[in-house]
Design a binder for this molecule. Structure first.
Ligand SMILES: [Zn+2]
Length: 471
């Protein structure tokens, strides 16, 4: 009797353990990227703030991502803050530009430069800083994010050349479903909408409200089958009530170090309140089943490779006939650039988008098959050689814009003796901001800064845009 009872108890226990394991396994993963733009090289107290945050997180067994400004890293060295460098090095290290706010800011010097010219200029100005960060912290930065809203599409190519695979920041220039996406060959966690949240440090802010907001975002991601929440701070915010660069470099102003002003300080008690808020918020998030804190370096692992799945050309043609934008499949997505390569018989690989927008000059409604075959070969040759999409494709001495060529190619049944010319509609452009003045608004940019050309270059690179998929 006793033996039977204990056997039943054991069975019940085994069942309960299995049920708990299954419910944990079935819960879609909610990843949380917690990152800190570590940039204030003016106020020494900001060094202590970085140390304190890194130490608090380590005590909670959570790793954050500290995006370092190179000048900040050098200043830590000059001030002999080995303690800060050691504490930060236990976390992930990203890159946040050479000096952040001393003019010209990245968008200011990238504006007016072409795609390749801009990439070279970004690499010239910002590349040496990554070498400094690597020397000081011992790792290649895992990610980059622009100072303020000083974004530029040319950085994508430069960052790939610099060996930085992830773009981690917040901005409004480009977005895709409020979740990470592939763009310009980089994994972007950017413009995350309701999944870009934080516990407010404002006096009188409601911690309970912010925690409820976190829970709602996590629940929504679970409903969607998993995803990413992005949370960011600046260590300097925990010790100041105004930004270090706002008081020195507003509206493109230059100021020499001897003239630097110190930002207004929080009281020590108020700083303690802020550290406490962050600790409580992180501790709450960490307790939620299914939540995992990830660094920028982890993002490159938890998201599946950008290599597109094999998709039948018929499906690609059908999709592109409805307009030019990425194609999502259960096995992964294809960008318009990848679909174009498939239709041209190329093995899809990472390529740059076109460097300019060219209109079609072809007026005829049909193209003889033999002339179109020549154009196809020409386009494929360009992509293979330049590792970029052409901005137009020649049909004899007239040309088709890339969009019209792609639509025409998608409409070609491969049998008719003539190919009907079709107009291409660039649906992916709806994922880009249209108001440059607003998208690049930042107190450090010069008054009236309105880099419409940067948004246009960004849209052109939209040929490479597609959603990222969790592994
Ligand atoms: Zn910043």
């Amino acid at each position: 009797m006793r033996a039977v009872q204990s056997l039943e108890m054991a069975r019940l226990l085994a069942f309960l353990v299995l049920a708990i394991c299954l419910s944990a396994a079935e819960r879609p993963p909610v990843y949380v990227a917690l990152w800190f733009d570590t940039e204030d090289y003016v106020l020494p107290a900001a060094d202590d703030a970085a140390l304190r945050i890194a130490t608090d997180l380590t005590a909670l067994d959570v790793r954050g991502t500290f995006k370092m400004v190179a000048e900040k890293a050098r200043v830590l060295e000059r001030r002999n803050r080995r303690d800060v460098i050691r504490a930060l090095a236990l976390h992930d290290i990203g890159y946040h530009s050479e000096n952040h706010s001393m003019p010209p800011a990245p968008a200011v010097y990238l504006n007016g430069l072409g795609y390749y010219e801009g990439a070279a200029e970004f690499e010239r100005r910002e590349g040496p800083g990554t070498v400094e960060v690597r020397r000081i912290f011992g790792v290649v930065p895992s990610c980059y994010g622009q100072p303020g809203s000083s974004w530029g599409p040319q950085t994508n190519l430069a960052l790939r050349r610099m060996g930085i695979p992830v773009y981690l920041d917040e901005g409004t220039q480009v977005s895709l479903n409020d979740q990470p996406f592939w763009y310009g060959g980089l994994l972007y966690a950017f413009h995350m909408g309701p999944f870009q949240i934080r516990a407010s440090l404002e006096p009188g802010a409601s911690a309970a409200k912010d925690i409820a907001e976190f829970d709602a975002a996590a629940a929504e991601l679970e409903r969607r089958g998993g995803g990413l929440i992005s949370i960011y701070y600046h260590p300097t915010e925990f010790v100041t009530t105004e930004f270090w660069d706002g008081v020195n470099f507003s509206r493109g102003a230059s100021r020499e170090p001897s003239e630097w002003k110190m930002p207004h300080r929080r009281t020590p008690e108020d700083s303690e309140r802020c550290y406490g808020l962050l600790r409580a918020y992180v501790a709450h998030a960490r307790k939620r089943p299914g939540v995992r804190f990830v660094t920028a370096r982890d993002l490159a692992q938890i998201y599946a490779s950008p290599d597109p799945p094999r998709v039948d050309a018929v499906k690609v043609r059908k999709h592109l006939s409805g307009g030019i934008t990425f194609l999502g499949t259960p096995a992964g997505a294809l960008s318009p650039a990848e679909m174009l390569q498939v239709l041209l018989g190329l093995e899809p690989r990472v390529v740059e988008g076109p460097e300019a927008r060219r209109e079609s000059t072809m007026r005829a409604a049909r193209i003889p098959l033999v002339a179109f075959e020549r154009a196809r070969k020409d386009a494929a040759g360009f992509i293979r050689t330049q590792k970029a999409l052409p901005s137009r494709v020649w049909i004899g001495s007239v040309r088709l814009s890339l969009a019209d060529f792609t639509a025409t190619l998608a409409g070609d049944d491969g049998v008719s003796r003539e190919v009907e010319v079709r107009k291409g509609s660039l649906l992916f452009e709806k994922h880009f901001a249209t108001d440059a003045r607003r998208a690049f608004s930042w107190p450090i940019h010069p008054d009236g800064f309105n880099p419409v050309g940067l948004l246009e270059l960004g849209r052109l690179q939209g040929w490479t845009l597609k959603p990222a998929r969790l592994r």
